[in-house]
Design a protein around this ligand. Structure first.
Ligand code: NAI
Ligand code: MG
Length: 358
């Protein structure tokens, strides 16, 4: 398999964990005989410093021709005083939008070795393994009008969706459930919102096309509660943009550290952008202690979702589990009786665990 992958390290710890991603990709390539062509480009503050804009045309062009994109993180105090449209974060929103990446996938798993690291009780998180699918390009974040009215004494935001936008994300969710535990929770606010009533209708229509998947509807307020009381009752959860933004952040407390969480933003033809959920972590940037596991698990997601390399993806995930089981952790985590290591050491151990299978 010969694939073009664009690397966008970005800022802060983004550049450090991108090195981890490269090592893992090289290990997969040599073990399985693939050839990954890796091309590095600038985004965010790094691009502002080099080109005066957070998203240079050259980067957009390269991404449009790529099979997949891996991103570190963008932003940092150095660029905080710039006007909103010139800030590093604009680069990220811009690339998602210009590539039409409408489905945001965030797997959240309670790692056995890290159950104690979550503020929630171990008995509550044990066994949880959730895939949250958030619609990324519609809803309240993009609807027009969105403006102040009546001399600033009133305000309007618009929740707008086309049927086709709901259908494609709901299809993606059913398909994801089919290759997991075949249970889909659709989250809405159908007791109040017309958009949610249409969403629910579509889920019910679509469920006829996926008879092997069990569907459950939950109101968003009930879903928020259940996520922290019975998280192990979920398999795939699908919801619109705003609800998904909130619920996916809430679910991240299950894993104990932001540094553990991968994500994917994809479209129907399989092209996707893969990145850890966390930001550029300016407080620890340059110290060589960032947790690379969210990034490494994002590489696994890329191999699975864009390249359909299930065996390779599983091998990476198992190596991450094994590394934690052996007690290795970066300072954002703590494993009792374990050993604290650097970003580079952690990466080397994961790579070693990939090739020396038990
Ligand atoms: P952050 O996620 O960068 O950091 C929050 C806390 O988590 C910090 O204490 C940090 O040290 C820790 N942390 C994050 N990733 C870690 C890792 N891999 N290993 C160990 N510890 C880790 O969020 P924050 O501080 O709110 O934002 C910092 C900058 O990042 C801002 O400029 C923000 O706009 C940007 N940002 C970028 C994102 C992206 O590129 N996707 C997402 C979120 C924030
Ligand atoms: Mg958020």
């Amino acid at each position: 398999m010969n694939k073009q992958i664009i690397l966008l390290p970005g800022d802060g710890v983004g550049t450090e964990i991108m090195e981890s991603a490269k090592l893992v990709l090289n290990a997969v390539a040599s073990e399985f005989g693939h050839s990954f062509a890796l091309h590095q480009h600038a985004i965010g503050g790094d691009a502002i410093d080099q080109y005066g804009t957070p998203l240079p045309n050259e980067t957009i062009k390269a991404c449009q021709q790529a099979d997949a994109i891996l991103l570190g993180a963008v932003g940092g105090p150095k660029w905080d005083s710039l006007p909103a449209n010139l800030r590093p974060e604009k680069g990220l929103l811009g690339i998602r939008k210009s590539l039409g990446l409408f489905a945001n996938l965030r797997p959240v798993k309670g790692f056995t070795s890290l159950l104690h690291a979550s503020p929630l009780k171990e008995s509550v998180i044990k066994g949880s393994d959730i895939l949250i699918i958030r619609e990324l390009t519609g809803g309240l974040y993009f609807g027009k009008p969105s403006e102040r009215r009546e001399n600033g004494n009133a305000v309007v935001d618009t929740l707008y969706y086309q049927r086709s936008e709901m259908e494609r994300i709901i299809d993606k969710a059913f398909q994801s459930a089919q290759i997991r535990r075949k249970h889909l929770t659709s989250v809405d606010k159908a007791n109040v919102l017309e958009s949610s009533r249409m969403w629910r209708e579509i889920v019910n229509e679509k469920s006829k096309d996926y008879p092997d998947v069990t569907v459950e509807h939950l109101l968003v307020d009930a879903a928020a509660m259940k996520l922290v009381t019975q998280p192990n009752q979920f398999d795939v959860m699908v919801t619109e943009n705003l609800f998904g933004d909130i619920l996916s952040d809430e679910a991240s407390v299950l894993t104990g550290s932001l540094g553990m969480l991968p994500s994917a933003s994809i479209r129907s033809d399989g092209v996707g952008l893969y990145e850890p959920v966390h930001g550029s972590a300016p407080d620890i940037a340059g110290l060589g202690i960032a947790n690379p596991l969210g990034m490494i698990l994002s590489v696994a997601m890329m191999l699975r979702h864009t390249f359909h390399l299930e065996e390779e993806a599983t091998e990476i995930e198992q190596a991450v589990h094994e590394t934690l089981r052996q007690g290795y952790y970066t300072p954002d985590l703590h494993i009792k009786g374990g050993k604290q290591v650097s970003t580079k050491e952690m990466t080397a151990i994961v790579v070693e665990n990939m090739t020396t299978k038990s």
